[in-house]
Design a protein around this ligand. Sequence first.
Ligand code: SF4
Length: 256
Amino acid sequence: MDFTTLLPFDLDVQNTALESASPEEIIRFAWETWGPDVAMQSSFGADSACLLHLATRVVPDLRVLFLETHYHFPETLQFKEALRRRLHLNIVDLEVLRGREAFVREHGDDLHRRDPALCCHFNKVEPMEDAMKRLGLKAYFTGIRRGQAETRRHFRVLTPESRMSFDVPGGGVAQTSEGGFHVIKVCPILTWTKRQVQDYLREHDLPVHPLVAQGFPSIGCAPCTQRPLDPSDERSGRWVGWNKTECGLHAPPPGT
Ligand code: SF4
């Protein structure tokens, strides 16, 4: 399948139209275009309840893909369970393809200290791409916002991605599935500010991740998350000391 099959419309024209659409309109558009071949990716991070609520109001049984890296804060797993119950979420847990035990046997339990790019590749990128391919997804929702980071400023609401065709960080690691595929990243709250997200959470009486109150505005795996070094940059506490700002799931669009 190529991008032409996935995009039965002019991408630029559609992106321009969706730039001013509401999140609900974007979610409805995606559902009408790709139907059950669309799912959502969630890290159950700081403000995840916002998009989970928005999306499941339009598509109640939407599949929510969660990467169980086994490095999450206990609070993240509690938050996930609380949201599962509250929003009746249809969560699909994903983990390292060769299994946690084999991964630790092969790489130890501290790969994140030695090579976080490779650790993210095995625990996040690879299982997510494998699931997308296995489930035959044509598109997926993600809660990224342009205001979160410089690396996210250039996304558009619909971003075509070529998956399983990237070089593996560190090199020399065998791919687990044959061949690449294409998928559309759909960002319903791309243009929202942090303030709009917080207002939405308040209006709908939705919880925020418990670690937000302890000074963590951006929350990933525990070993790679600190309080922000720069208060104006909510992601500046992620992968501190490494030249790394993304896990690889949201690589900036080509040419930006
Ligand atoms: S965020 Fe850290 S612990 Fe989690 S997968 Fe990436 S490198 Fe590993």
